[in-house]
Write a protein that binds this ligand. Structure first.
Ligand code: SF4
Length: 335
Protein backbone atom coordinates (compact mmCIF):
# COMPACT_ATOMS: atom_id res chain seq x y z
CA UNK A 1 0.00 0.00 0.00
CA UNK A 2 1.63 3.28 -1.07
CA UNK A 3 1.23 5.96 1.62
CA UNK A 4 0.83 9.55 0.33
CA UNK A 5 2.38 11.14 3.39
CA UNK A 6 2.27 14.75 2.40
CA UNK A 7 -1.30 15.55 3.41
CA UNK A 8 -0.61 14.30 6.94
CA UNK A 9 2.70 16.14 7.31
CA UNK A 10 2.59 19.70 8.62
CA UNK A 11 4.87 22.66 7.94
CA UNK A 12 7.07 21.52 10.87
CA UNK A 13 7.55 18.09 9.22
CA UNK A 14 5.44 16.37 11.88
CA UNK A 15 3.68 13.35 10.38
CA UNK A 16 0.21 12.81 11.84
CA UNK A 17 -0.31 9.07 12.16
CA UNK A 18 -2.66 9.07 15.19
CA UNK A 19 -6.33 9.98 14.86
CA UNK A 20 -8.55 10.42 17.92
CA UNK A 21 -12.22 10.11 17.03
CA UNK A 22 -14.94 11.35 19.37
CA UNK A 23 -17.94 9.06 18.93
CA UNK A 24 -20.38 11.13 20.98
CA UNK A 25 -20.87 14.32 22.99
CA UNK A 26 -22.88 12.35 25.54
CA UNK A 27 -21.53 10.92 28.78
CA UNK A 28 -22.81 9.01 31.79
CA UNK A 29 -20.67 11.13 34.12
CA UNK A 30 -20.61 14.90 34.69
CA UNK A 31 -16.94 15.66 35.49
CA UNK A 32 -16.56 19.26 36.66
CA UNK A 33 -13.40 20.01 34.60
CA UNK A 34 -14.87 18.51 31.43
CA UNK A 35 -18.56 19.19 31.32
CA UNK A 36 -19.75 22.73 32.03
CA UNK A 37 -21.93 22.78 35.16
CA UNK A 38 -24.99 23.67 33.08
CA UNK A 39 -24.29 20.63 30.88
CA UNK A 40 -22.99 20.92 27.35
CA UNK A 41 -25.06 21.92 24.38
CA UNK A 42 -25.39 18.76 22.31
CA UNK A 43 -25.21 18.92 18.52
CA UNK A 44 -28.49 17.91 16.80
CA UNK A 45 -28.49 14.13 16.15
CA UNK A 46 -28.38 14.61 12.41
CA UNK A 47 -25.10 16.54 12.80
CA UNK A 48 -23.38 13.58 14.46
CA UNK A 49 -21.37 11.18 12.26
CA UNK A 50 -23.10 7.89 11.52
CA UNK A 51 -21.17 4.61 11.91
CA UNK A 52 -20.60 4.44 8.13
CA UNK A 53 -19.43 8.05 7.99
CA UNK A 54 -16.95 7.43 10.83
CA UNK A 55 -15.67 4.35 8.99
CA UNK A 56 -15.35 6.02 5.57
CA UNK A 57 -13.72 9.19 6.87
CA UNK A 58 -11.34 7.13 9.03
CA UNK A 59 -10.53 5.01 5.95
CA UNK A 60 -9.36 8.17 4.16
CA UNK A 61 -6.96 8.96 7.02
CA UNK A 62 -5.67 5.37 7.08
CA UNK A 63 -5.15 5.42 3.31
CA UNK A 64 -2.94 8.49 3.86
CA UNK A 65 -0.86 7.06 6.67
CA UNK A 66 -2.78 6.98 9.96
CA UNK A 67 -1.72 3.86 11.89
CA UNK A 68 -3.50 4.36 15.22
CA UNK A 69 -7.09 5.34 16.04
CA UNK A 70 -8.32 6.07 19.57
CA UNK A 71 -12.04 6.31 20.28
CA UNK A 72 -13.10 8.94 22.77
CA UNK A 73 -16.26 10.86 23.64
CA UNK A 74 -17.92 12.13 25.87
CA UNK A 75 -18.05 8.48 26.81
CA UNK A 76 -17.66 6.46 23.58
CA UNK A 77 -19.29 3.32 24.97
CA UNK A 78 -22.64 5.00 25.66
CA UNK A 79 -23.17 5.23 21.89
CA UNK A 80 -25.79 2.63 21.02
CA UNK A 81 -23.97 1.45 17.87
CA UNK A 82 -20.52 1.44 19.53
CA UNK A 83 -19.97 -2.28 18.77
CA UNK A 84 -20.82 -1.85 15.07
CA UNK A 85 -18.39 1.10 14.89
CA UNK A 86 -15.67 -0.96 16.60
CA UNK A 87 -16.23 -3.82 14.15
CA UNK A 88 -16.00 -1.50 11.12
CA UNK A 89 -12.85 0.25 12.35
CA UNK A 90 -11.23 -3.03 13.40
CA UNK A 91 -11.36 -4.09 9.72
CA UNK A 92 -8.87 -1.30 8.92
CA UNK A 93 -5.07 -1.87 9.21
CA UNK A 94 -4.76 0.26 12.35
CA UNK A 95 -4.16 -0.16 16.07
CA UNK A 96 -7.31 0.76 17.99
CA UNK A 97 -7.50 2.18 21.50
CA UNK A 98 -10.39 3.32 23.67
CA UNK A 99 -10.56 6.09 26.26
CA UNK A 100 -13.42 5.37 28.64
CA UNK A 101 -14.64 6.23 32.12
CA UNK A 102 -15.07 2.47 32.64
CA UNK A 103 -18.58 2.69 34.10
CA UNK A 104 -19.95 0.15 31.53
CA UNK A 105 -16.69 -1.16 30.02
CA UNK A 106 -17.19 -4.66 31.45
CA UNK A 107 -19.98 -5.22 28.92
CA UNK A 108 -17.52 -4.66 26.04
CA UNK A 109 -14.70 -6.97 27.13
CA UNK A 110 -15.82 -9.88 24.87
CA UNK A 111 -16.03 -7.47 21.89
CA UNK A 112 -12.59 -5.99 22.59
CA UNK A 113 -11.11 -9.49 22.75
CA UNK A 114 -12.88 -10.58 19.56
CA UNK A 115 -11.55 -7.49 17.73
CA UNK A 116 -8.09 -7.66 19.34
CA UNK A 117 -8.45 -4.24 20.98
CA UNK A 118 -6.02 -4.07 23.89
CA UNK A 119 -5.27 -0.38 24.59
CA UNK A 120 -7.73 0.87 27.22
CA UNK A 121 -7.27 4.27 28.86
CA UNK A 122 -9.50 4.90 31.84
CA UNK A 123 -10.20 8.35 33.33
CA UNK A 124 -10.22 8.22 37.16
CA UNK A 125 -9.30 11.32 39.16
CA UNK A 126 -9.62 10.00 42.69
CA UNK A 127 -9.33 6.73 44.62
CA UNK A 128 -11.71 8.18 47.20
CA UNK A 129 -15.36 7.32 46.51
CA UNK A 130 -16.57 10.60 48.06
CA UNK A 131 -14.25 12.72 45.96
CA UNK A 132 -15.10 10.65 42.89
CA UNK A 133 -18.74 11.56 43.38
CA UNK A 134 -17.83 15.21 43.97
CA UNK A 135 -15.93 15.51 40.68
CA UNK A 136 -18.17 13.27 38.51
CA UNK A 137 -21.50 14.11 40.12
CA UNK A 138 -22.25 10.36 40.06
CA UNK A 139 -21.58 7.61 42.68
CA UNK A 140 -20.12 4.95 40.38
CA UNK A 141 -16.72 4.70 42.10
CA UNK A 142 -16.92 0.99 43.06
CA UNK A 143 -18.17 0.02 39.57
CA UNK A 144 -15.34 1.92 37.91
CA UNK A 145 -12.67 0.64 40.28
CA UNK A 146 -13.81 -2.98 39.97
CA UNK A 147 -13.86 -2.64 36.18
CA UNK A 148 -10.30 -1.31 36.14
CA UNK A 149 -9.10 -4.31 38.13
CA UNK A 150 -11.12 -6.58 35.81
CA UNK A 151 -9.52 -5.04 32.68
CA UNK A 152 -6.02 -5.61 34.10
CA UNK A 153 -6.95 -9.18 35.07
CA UNK A 154 -8.27 -9.79 31.54
CA UNK A 155 -4.86 -8.78 30.12
CA UNK A 156 -5.65 -5.37 28.65
CA UNK A 157 -2.93 -2.66 28.57
CA UNK A 158 -4.57 -0.23 30.98
CA UNK A 159 -3.55 3.38 31.47
CA UNK A 160 -5.30 5.31 34.21
CA UNK A 161 -5.60 9.06 33.52
CA UNK A 162 -5.93 11.34 36.55
CA UNK A 163 -6.28 15.11 36.14
CA UNK A 164 -4.66 16.64 39.24
CA UNK A 165 -6.29 19.71 40.75
CA UNK A 166 -4.67 21.59 43.64
CA UNK A 167 -6.29 21.15 47.05
CA UNK A 168 -8.63 18.54 45.59
CA UNK A 169 -6.78 15.34 44.62
CA UNK A 170 -3.09 16.38 44.68
CA UNK A 171 -2.86 14.59 48.07
CA UNK A 172 -3.55 11.28 46.28
CA UNK A 173 -0.39 11.16 44.15
CA UNK A 174 1.24 8.55 46.40
CA UNK A 175 -1.96 6.48 46.71
CA UNK A 176 -2.21 6.31 42.93
CA UNK A 177 1.45 5.26 42.60
CA UNK A 178 1.03 2.66 45.34
CA UNK A 179 -1.62 1.10 43.07
CA UNK A 180 1.24 0.15 40.74
CA UNK A 181 2.99 -1.88 43.46
CA UNK A 182 1.06 -5.06 42.81
CA UNK A 183 -0.87 -4.17 39.63
CA UNK A 184 0.67 -3.84 36.18
CA UNK A 185 -1.06 -0.57 35.32
CA UNK A 186 0.28 2.78 34.06
CA UNK A 187 -0.93 5.76 36.10
CA UNK A 188 -0.79 9.05 34.17
CA UNK A 189 -1.03 12.33 36.05
CA UNK A 190 -2.35 15.08 33.75
CA UNK A 191 -1.69 18.79 34.32
CA UNK A 192 -5.06 20.56 34.46
CA UNK A 193 -5.59 22.33 31.11
CA UNK A 194 -7.81 25.28 30.10
CA UNK A 195 -10.93 24.50 28.06
CA UNK A 196 -14.13 26.38 27.57
CA UNK A 197 -16.27 26.36 30.71
CA UNK A 198 -13.91 24.48 33.08
CA UNK A 199 -13.02 27.44 35.34
CA UNK A 200 -9.35 26.76 34.73
CA UNK A 201 -6.78 28.80 36.62
CA UNK A 202 -3.06 28.11 36.65
CA UNK A 203 -3.14 28.24 40.46
CA UNK A 204 -5.33 25.10 40.40
CA UNK A 205 -2.80 23.21 38.24
CA UNK A 206 -0.33 20.76 39.81
CA UNK A 207 2.83 20.95 37.73
CA UNK A 208 5.20 18.25 36.59
CA UNK A 209 7.85 19.62 38.97
CA UNK A 210 5.45 19.64 41.92
CA UNK A 211 4.39 16.04 41.25
CA UNK A 212 7.99 14.82 41.00
CA UNK A 213 8.90 16.68 44.21
CA UNK A 214 6.19 14.72 46.05
CA UNK A 215 7.39 11.45 44.46
CA UNK A 216 11.09 11.95 45.28
CA UNK A 217 10.26 13.13 48.77
CA UNK A 218 8.24 9.98 49.53
CA UNK A 219 10.10 7.27 47.54
CA UNK A 220 13.63 8.70 47.68
CA UNK A 221 15.47 9.41 44.41
CA UNK A 222 17.20 6.05 44.17
CA UNK A 223 13.92 4.18 44.03
CA UNK A 224 12.48 6.32 41.24
CA UNK A 225 13.48 4.98 37.82
CA UNK A 226 13.12 7.15 34.70
CA UNK A 227 11.82 4.95 31.87
CA UNK A 228 12.41 5.53 28.17
CA UNK A 229 9.45 7.31 26.57
CA UNK A 230 8.00 5.87 23.37
CA UNK A 231 8.21 7.92 20.19
CA UNK A 232 5.40 10.53 20.08
CA UNK A 233 4.72 9.80 23.77
CA UNK A 234 2.78 12.59 25.47
CA UNK A 235 3.97 11.45 28.89
CA UNK A 236 7.22 11.26 30.81
CA UNK A 237 7.40 7.75 32.27
CA UNK A 238 8.72 6.48 35.59
CA UNK A 239 8.64 3.38 37.74
CA UNK A 240 9.24 2.70 41.42
CA UNK A 241 11.92 0.04 41.93
CA UNK A 242 10.29 -3.36 42.46
CA UNK A 243 6.78 -2.17 41.53
CA UNK A 244 4.86 -4.01 38.79
CA UNK A 245 3.33 -0.96 37.13
CA UNK A 246 4.55 2.52 36.20
CA UNK A 247 3.45 6.13 36.35
CA UNK A 248 3.80 9.10 34.07
CA UNK A 249 3.14 12.80 33.78
CA UNK A 250 1.45 14.61 30.90
CA UNK A 251 2.72 18.17 31.22
CA UNK A 252 0.91 20.08 28.42
CA UNK A 253 0.98 23.32 30.44
CA UNK A 254 4.48 23.54 31.93
CA UNK A 255 6.39 21.32 29.54
CA UNK A 256 4.52 20.88 26.25
CA UNK A 257 5.60 18.00 23.97
CA UNK A 258 4.43 19.47 20.68
CA UNK A 259 7.70 18.88 18.79
CA UNK A 260 6.82 15.25 18.18
CA UNK A 261 3.05 15.68 17.95
CA UNK A 262 1.41 13.17 15.60
CA UNK A 263 -2.19 13.66 16.81
CA UNK A 264 -5.34 14.81 15.06
CA UNK A 265 -8.85 14.92 16.47
CA UNK A 266 -12.14 14.27 14.70
CA UNK A 267 -15.09 15.54 16.72
CA UNK A 268 -18.40 13.69 16.97
CA UNK A 269 -19.92 16.16 14.50
CA UNK A 270 -17.16 15.47 11.98
CA UNK A 271 -14.90 18.51 12.46
CA UNK A 272 -11.15 18.05 12.22
CA UNK A 273 -9.03 19.72 14.92
CA UNK A 274 -5.31 19.86 14.13
CA UNK A 275 -4.51 20.35 17.83
CA UNK A 276 -6.18 19.83 21.21
CA UNK A 277 -5.98 23.60 21.73
CA UNK A 278 -6.82 24.76 18.22
CA UNK A 279 -9.74 27.13 17.93
CA UNK A 280 -10.07 26.53 14.18
CA UNK A 281 -11.56 23.37 12.64
CA UNK A 282 -12.34 21.93 9.23
CA UNK A 283 -15.86 20.55 8.74
CA UNK A 284 -15.16 17.21 7.04
CA UNK A 285 -18.67 15.82 7.55
CA UNK A 286 -20.50 18.47 5.49
CA UNK A 287 -18.03 18.04 2.64
CA UNK A 288 -18.27 14.25 2.89
CA UNK A 289 -22.09 14.40 2.80
CA UNK A 290 -21.88 16.58 -0.34
CA UNK A 291 -19.82 13.76 -1.87
CA UNK A 292 -16.65 15.86 -1.89
CA UNK A 293 -13.21 14.33 -1.37
CA UNK A 294 -12.16 15.48 2.13
CA UNK A 295 -8.39 15.08 1.58
CA UNK A 296 -7.90 18.74 0.67
CA UNK A 297 -9.66 19.80 3.88
CA UNK A 298 -7.47 17.42 5.88
CA UNK A 299 -4.38 18.92 4.24
CA UNK A 300 -5.67 22.46 4.84
CA UNK A 301 -6.19 21.70 8.52
CA UNK A 302 -2.73 20.21 8.90
CA UNK A 303 -0.98 22.97 6.96
CA UNK A 304 -2.64 25.47 9.31
CA UNK A 305 -1.27 23.78 12.44
CA UNK A 306 0.70 25.90 14.90
CA UNK A 307 4.02 24.62 16.29
CA UNK A 308 2.82 24.71 19.90
CA UNK A 309 -0.59 24.41 21.59
CA UNK A 310 -2.70 25.90 18.84
CA UNK A 311 -0.63 29.10 18.96
CA UNK A 312 -0.69 29.49 22.74
CA UNK A 313 3.05 28.86 22.81
CA UNK A 314 3.73 30.76 26.05
CA UNK A 315 2.23 30.30 29.52
CA UNK A 316 1.11 33.92 29.30
CA UNK A 317 -0.91 33.22 26.16
CA UNK A 318 -2.28 30.01 27.68
CA UNK A 319 -3.59 32.07 30.57
CA UNK A 320 -5.37 34.45 28.20
CA UNK A 321 -9.11 33.55 28.57
CA UNK A 322 -9.86 35.23 25.25
CA UNK A 323 -7.60 32.65 23.60
CA UNK A 324 -8.55 29.41 25.26
CA UNK A 325 -12.28 30.14 25.55
CA UNK A 326 -12.50 30.11 21.74
CA UNK A 327 -11.89 26.36 21.95
CA UNK A 328 -14.57 23.76 22.71
CA UNK A 329 -15.20 22.32 26.16
CA UNK A 330 -13.41 19.04 26.75
CA UNK A 331 -16.65 17.03 26.46
CA UNK A 332 -16.92 18.17 22.84
CA UNK A 333 -13.30 17.35 21.99
CA UNK A 334 -12.73 14.02 23.68
CA UNK A 335 -9.26 14.72 25.11
S1 SF4 B 1 -0.96 20.76 22.30
FE1 SF4 B 1 -1.51 20.43 20.17
S2 SF4 B 1 0.43 20.40 19.05
FE2 SF4 B 1 0.89 20.15 21.22
S3 SF4 B 1 1.00 17.96 21.52
FE3 SF4 B 1 -1.09 18.56 22.01
S4 SF4 B 1 -2.23 18.32 20.11
FE4 SF4 B 1 -0.06 18.31 19.60
Amino acid sequence: MTTKTNILTDSFYRKHTYLRISLTERCNLRCTYCMPAEGSVLSPKEHIMTADEIYNIAKTFVKNGVTKIRLTGGEPLVRKDAISILEKLASLPVEIGITTNAVIVDKFIPTFKRLNIKLINVSLDSLDAGKFEQITRRNYFKKVYDNIILLVKEGFAVKLNAVLIKDFNDNEIINFIELTKNININIRFIEFMPFDGNQWNIKKMVSYQEIMAVVHDYFNNKNVIRLEDAQHDTSKNYKIKGYQGSFAIISSVTNPFCDSCNRLRLTANGHLKNCLFSATEQNLLSAYRKGDNVEHLIQKAIQGKFKVRGGMDTLQKLQEPKLHSKNRSMINIGG
